[in-house]
Write a protein that binds this ligand. Structure first.
Ligand code: NOJ
Length: 461
């Protein structure tokens, strides 16, 4: 990644399952998402539709992604964050390597570099190999070795050309949301009816995930390629819903400890503070962290933190919810899918990392918004999305302000360039700066695309 004084990375981000398609192509194995969507027929709770990432936006096709790279260039991007499908590389999750999978990513890396776009590679963005999911997934501590071995294959295949790796993407939402929602749907329960018992079971799994991430950091150093490795965390500064209520203030503090401090401490500082462990014990009384695990985390801290920021989290006391906290309320008049629009909270978060985590290098690995049909109006061959354009302007301003004030921010990856498969929210939930007609794969730049192009050009002027 660029050094502090190097060129700032202006990019966009994506994830394999959301964009590639080619779910059975060229020897790829199945991921848990292939199973959720094709076997379990998990529906999109909001629309009742059954959708899959089987085709998505067809970027497994080189013809398609080369056209998409042209749009990246015209936008002025000098970086692109994408993820690797683990079962495309190791169809069973461990052991046998699928050379066709390596070849696909190797060509993509070359094609990006040939176009002046730096690849930023995420090893794991939620499409966990089904074969290993059946063996317990992150609940099985063997995942530490499985992931380390997979990471080693990727570092050796791509590490001569890729110098920015991300181990995991948004671990919390992978394990505490997507997997739980999938279970609920399979068991014909309300998808979002997440019980404290379900979360209790996920606490040790998420701990294993941080250990697996640390193992991949260790492997990266052992393989000895130049570059930096980080983790992409979902981070949401917490705000008491009613500042005047002591219960809401306490709820915000609890949620911050659980949601932000746990991953930041584990991955950046390699520690588990007493109050973090105490909070986790409230959810999962049997949870503890061994000295060996603490040592493994401390020895393999990340080189940079990937910040996925969408919104802060308003919190209030609600004893029916896990940890007694209700969070995620959105009081905005046109609510964005991922929470209230508060760019100041991003500025505060970046300064917090600067002040509390040793000024660790930061890459904004995701930031963006979707507001629904009101902000996706097609007219005269362009999609008008003024709210998204405004969101991007205000958040990039906040990023550049934090950078001026000393935070070591190395780049900004907007989520996302193209509309795509938004997990359990399906294809109707659009986040892209380029509209995609999913039936024809036609791309149409939106107003936000032009806005981001202008932001990048102005920053470079
Ligand atoms: C977080 C996830 O990493 C990404 O996969 C998702 O599409 C965006 N946020 C938007 O919700």
């Amino acid at each position: 990644m660029a050094s502090g004084k190097g060129e700032f990375l202006w990019g966009a981000a994506s994830a394999a399952y959301q964009v590639e398609g080619g779910w059975e192509a060229d020897g790829k194995g199945l991921s848990k998402w292939d199973i959720y969507t094709n076997r379990d027929h998990v529906t999109v709770p909001t629309t009742g539709k059954q959708e899959t990432g089987n085709v998505a936006i067809n970027q497994y096709s080189r013809d398609q992604y080369l056209k998409d790279i042209v749009l990246m260039r015209e936008l002025g991007l000098n970086a692109y964050r994408f993820s690797i499908s683990w079962p495309r590389i190791l169809p069973e999750g461990t052991g046998r390597v699928n050379q066709a999978g390596i070849d696909y990513y190797s060509r993509l890396v070359d094609d990006l570099i040939a176009n002046g776009i730096k690849p930023v590679v995420t090893l794991y963005h939620w499409d966990f190999p089904w074969a290993l999911h059946e063996k317990g997934g992150f609940h099985n501590r063997a995942v530490i070795d499985w992931f380390r071995a997979y990471a080693g294959v990727v570092f050796r295949a791509l590490g001569d050309r890729v110098d920015s790796f991300i181990t995991m993407n948004e671990p919390f939402f992978d394990l505490f949301f997507m997997d739980v929602i999938a279970d609920n749907v399979r068991n014909q329960r309300q998808p979002m009816d997440i019980t404290p018992a379900q979360w209790r079971a996920q606490v040790p799994a998420l701990h294993n995930l941080y250990l697996a991430s640390a193992a991949a950091v260790g492997e990266f150093r052992a393989v000895g390629r130049p570059g930096m490795i980080g983790i992409a965390l979902p981070l949401s500064p917490t705000i008491p819903f009613d500042e005047g209520k002591a219960d809401d203030v306490a709820a915000a503090r609890t949620w911050d400890t659980f949601f932000n401090r746990w991953p930041l401490d584990a991955a950046l500082a390699g520690t588990y503070a007493d109050d973090v462990v105490a909070t986790l014990k409230k959810l999962a009384p049997a949870f503890s962290v061994s000295d060996a695990d603490r040592a493994a985390l401390a020895a393999n801290r990340v080189d940079f933190v990937g910040v996925n920021f969408y919104s802060p989290a308003y919190c209030r006391r609600n004893d029916a919810r896990p940890l007694g906290v209700e969070w995620g309320m959105n009081p905005d008049p046109v609510p964005a899918f991922n929470g209230p629009v508060r760019p100041d909270a991003l500025y505060g978060l970046l300064m917090r990392i600067h002040n509390q985590y040793g000024n660790l290098p930061i890459l904004i690995t995701e930031n963006g918004a979707g507001f629904g049909p009101a902000d996706e109006v097609m007219a005269d061959g362009i999609v008008k999305d003024p709210l998204r354009a405004d969101y991007i302007r205000r958040h990039t301003d906040a990023v550049l302000r934090a950078r001026r004030d000393g935070a070591d921010v190395r780049g900004y990856m907007e989520w996302c360039l193209f509309d795509n498969f938004e997990w359990f929210r399906g294809y109707d939930t659009r986040f892209g700066m380029v509209h995609v007609d999913f039936a024809t794969q036609k791309r149409t730049p939106k107003q936000s695309y032009a806005a981001y192009r202008d932001i990048i050009a102005k920053a470079r002027a």
